[in-house]
Design a protein around this ligand. Sequence first.
Ligand code: NOJ
Ligand code: CA
Length: 703
Amino acid sequence: MNNKLYISLLAAGVAAIASSCSNEVSTRQSLSSPDGRIQVTFDLTPQGRPCYSMVFSGDTIIRPSMLGFELKDQKPLTDGFKMQSVTTDAVDETWVPVWGENDSIENRYNAMTVALKQGDRRLDIEFRVFDNGMGLRYIFPDQSQKTFEITGELTEMAMGGDYTAWWIPGDYDTQEYEYTKSRLSEIRALSTKDQMGNVSQSVFSPTGVQTSLMLKTPDGKYVNLHEASLVNYPAMHLNLNDTTLTFTSQLTPGRGDVVATVDVPFSTPWRTVTVGDKATDILASNLIYNLNEPCALDDTSWIEPVKYMGVWWEMITGKSSWSYTDATDFDLATFDYSAAKPHGNHAANNENVKRYIDFAAANGFDQLLIEGWNVGWEDWFGKEKEYVFDFVTPYPDFDIEELNRYAHSKGIKLMMHHETSGSIENYERHMDAAYDLMNKYGYNAVKSGYVGNILPKGEHHYSQWAVNHYLNAVKKAADHNIMVNAHEAVRPTGLARTYPNLVGNESAMGIEYQNMTPGHVTILPFTRLQGGPMDFTPGIFEMDLSKVSPNNTEHKRATVANQLALYVTMYSPLQMAADLPENYARKMDAFKFIKDVPVDWSESRYLDAEPGEFIVAARREKGKPNWFVGGVTNEHARDYNLSLDFLTPGKTYTATIYADASDAHYDTNPAAYRITTQQVTSADTLPMHMAPGGGFAVSIIAE
Ligand code: NOJ
Ligand code: CA
């Protein structure tokens, strides 16, 4: 079909749908954002179907879109509704996060709750409209039917046009994909291949995608679709009807045909639409956090941002191993490690761990992650065994008491590692003992992981049952004063506001992943980071991995300056310096930026950005006058004039600039950087050059 014809058919479709949702003037309700630029309209169709739309600055972003549910063995909650009442509210408050990009967050919105009835059954729909977007959620009030068995949520988001999207395919178990940029109408054709040519078909439809989904309208407005406060409910994907350009929610299934069981009273997660005139508006948005509940913990004094190193990259690169022996016929319940012959390549041994502790302590780090410290790594991957790890028994060459003592004597905490291999029931059996062990030895942070298929079979990483596990693990950890950084868990939806001990998640392709394209880091803040921080693990200095591990043929696609910039462009209260001590020791001048950069901030400014192209961000150190700036680009070189007008006028600062050299290139010359120092004021502009796959980092210290 030629493009013009397609667009005009689409326009006709839009008009037809629009007229079917707004006949009954009496049921039509409108709600505007505090600044009046966004209007959300709710209505019941003549058939009693709930329906909403959203206009931003004169542009229809969401065309009339239906709301409702399919239920097991019951009449669906889709039509025949009558409106009972409408209540409105307005909130204007400021809250203080335990850690974050800013030391206070404004939460200002207008709200409307529409109470609906279908026969005896009640369903409310609540809308909140902010200056930069909206959220809607369903509320099942207390009523005679106490339990609803949902087999499908039918929330539509009918797009106002054939927007450009940065998407990853729908998948109930992983977000570890590269993003594809295309028009919505092109997703079907492209969904079988990712940018690397790998097959990446959505598991539920050729047009299925995940959230957070970044979009751009033809006239240059930015739109982001996601969800907030995912509690006791499956994660939502989006399934596109590419004829009408309408998304419908696709909930992650678990065992059986009921995807979500809800007991009244119950509120679903928020379905969110964030909008902005500029790309940086999306990066600066707090809409997802604002739609989460306030902090549920009475005492948060034990929660602290963490900069850490790890006995880790040497295993990721294949230089050494998580396991202690080469045993193949292995059963953890009966295996006798004291009689077994070690293969001699186990990284988490006393001597090696002490070497890392010494380096981390000498360079001002807070913590050291050690993976492969516990028994069971001989046979853990994809085995679907019920009993894979016990999370409490160290390998014979890992003296847990002595290593913690040694670390603490040098001002370093060890970071715990719990790889569950997806066997959630096994983890839950051991979790109390595992957290008790952490308390006993003075650990206050755990990196957990969910590699492989979720057990029990039929559950998925993002199903209601698994979602409940991740949050229970975070709550239980809070009872033990433990911070959590969960890999392969469900992608964040702002729950760190409520449980700020959830200091990190992976839930996307991080630097450990092979062959990541340079542009990936210019998309993540628009997508994955919308819901909360990512343990991306930046800071690779040796891109040629054969230098680390001879059989590794990979070459990371980044320059050293780009890796430094990520500590600023990818906000997280938990930041790793992922490379080996020996690789840092060779470049201590560049390493200084990683040592200096804070992990907690008083204010953040996104100076300029475009998804997939580049991001430039500036942040002020928490409670201090010092600023740190980072810029990253995709595979294209880019020049950027960095105006320092965010500095306090009249003050003098010392700027240290870590920049790509003129001949730097992610592939051929990644370590070509230049470090210069100069005095600056708010009147200065620094001309910055970013190499292909490059970037820049600047520390600006008040004199
Ligand atoms: C996958 C995680 O993302 C990675 O960081 C970890 O080292 C391995 N699982 C082993 O747990
Ligand atoms: Ca992972």
